[in-house]
Design a protein around this ligand. Structure first.
Ligand code: HEM
Ligand code: HEM
Length: 184
C-alpha cells in the first residue's frame, strides 16, 4: 500500500504505519501527563498510577520498535519531487530523534522504576524488582528520565509545528501522508 498516490497526488504512509503513528502519539501524551501528575494522586492510588504509567511507557517502547521493523519492510513513501532539500534533512533528523527518544525514555524508565524497589504488575503476572529502594540511584535516574521525556515532548511539539507549517503556509498537503484518504 505504501507509495500509492492518492487522488491529490500525495503518497501516503501505509495503514499499519499510520495506526502505529497515531497510537504511539496518543499513548505518549497520556504517559507524559500521568508521569507529571503522579504526585497529585491520593496515596492509595499512587502505586496503581505509577504502574499504569510504566505499562503505557513500555507500550511506547514496543510500538516504536515495531514501527522501525515495519519501516524496514515498508519504507516511508517518497516525498513530492518539489520538496526542498533542507526540509528533507530537517525531517530526517527530526524523525530519527523522535524514534531515538521513544526508545531511550522508556529504557531509562525501567531502572528508574526498579531502583525504587517497585516491580511491574501486568495483570496476569507480576515481576518483582531485584533491587532494594535506593534513592542515591533512583533520584539521578528519575532526573535523566524526566529530562529525556521533556526532550521527546519538545521535539514532538516541533514536529507538530512543522506539520502545521506545511498545512497552512506551504499548503503542500504533507499532513495527508499520515491520514487515511477519506479523513479530510
Ligand atoms: C514515552 C514513555 C514515557 C514518558 C513520556 C515518561 C514520562 C515521565 C515523566 C514526565 C515523569 C515525571 C518525572 C518527574 O517529574 O520527576 C515520569 C516519571 C516516572 N516514570 Fe516515566 N515516562 C515514560 C516511560 C516510562 C517507563 C517505560 C517506565 C518504567 C517501566 C517509567 C517509569 C517512571 C517512574 C518510576 C517515574 C517516577 C514516578 C514517581 O514520581 O514516583 N516511565 N515519567
Ligand atoms: C508524540 C507525538 C508524535 C510522535 C512521537 C511522532 C513521530 C513521528 C515519526 C517518528 C514520524 C516519521 C515516520 C517514518 O517515516 O517512519 C512521523 C511522521 C509524521 N507525523 Fe508524527 N509524531 C507525533 C505526533 C504527530 C502529530 C500530532 C501530527 C499532526 C499534527 C503528526 C504528523 C505527522 C506527519 C504528517 C508525518 C509524515 C511526515 C512526512 O511525510 O515526512 N505527528 N511522526
Amino acid at each position: 500500500m505504501a507509495n500509492h498516490a492518492g487522488p491529490i497526488g500525495i503518497k501516503r504512509y501505509d495503514a499499519v504505519a499510520m495506526a502505529l503513528h497515531w497510537l504511539t502519539a496518543a499513548i505518549i501524551a497520556v504517559a507524559f501527563v500521568l508521569g507529571l501528575t503522579i504526585d497529585d494522586f491520593p496515596k492509595e492510588l499512587k502505586s496503581a498510577m505509577i504502574n499504569a504509567h510504566a505499562l503505557l511507557g513500555l507500550a511506547v517502547l514496543v510500538l516504536a520498535l515495531a514501527r522501525l521493523l515495519w519501516r524496514r519492510a515498508y519504507p516511508a513513501p517518497d516525498l513530492p519531487a518539489t520538496y526542498p532539500q533542507l526540509g528533507r534533512t530537517f525531517a530526517r533528523l527530526g524523525h530519527a530523534g523522535l524514534y531515538l527518544l521513544m526508545i531511550v525514555v522508556p529504557l531509562i524508565g525501567i531502572p528508574t522504576l526498579l531502583w525504587r524497589g517497585r516491580g511491574l504488575d501486568f495483570g496476569l503476572f507480576q515481576i518483582a524488582s531485584p533491587f532494594a529502594r535506593t534513592p542515591e540511584i533512583y533520584r539521578p535516574l528519575t532526573e535523566a528520565h524526566e529530562i529525556a521525556s521533556y526532550a521527546l515532548i519538545v521535539l514532538a511539539i516541533g514536529h507538530v509545528l512543522a506539520a502545521l507549517y506545511h498545512q497552512t503556509i506551504r499548503k503542500d498537503d504533507i499532513l495527508s501522508r499520515m491520514l487515511p484518504p477519506r479523513a479530510r
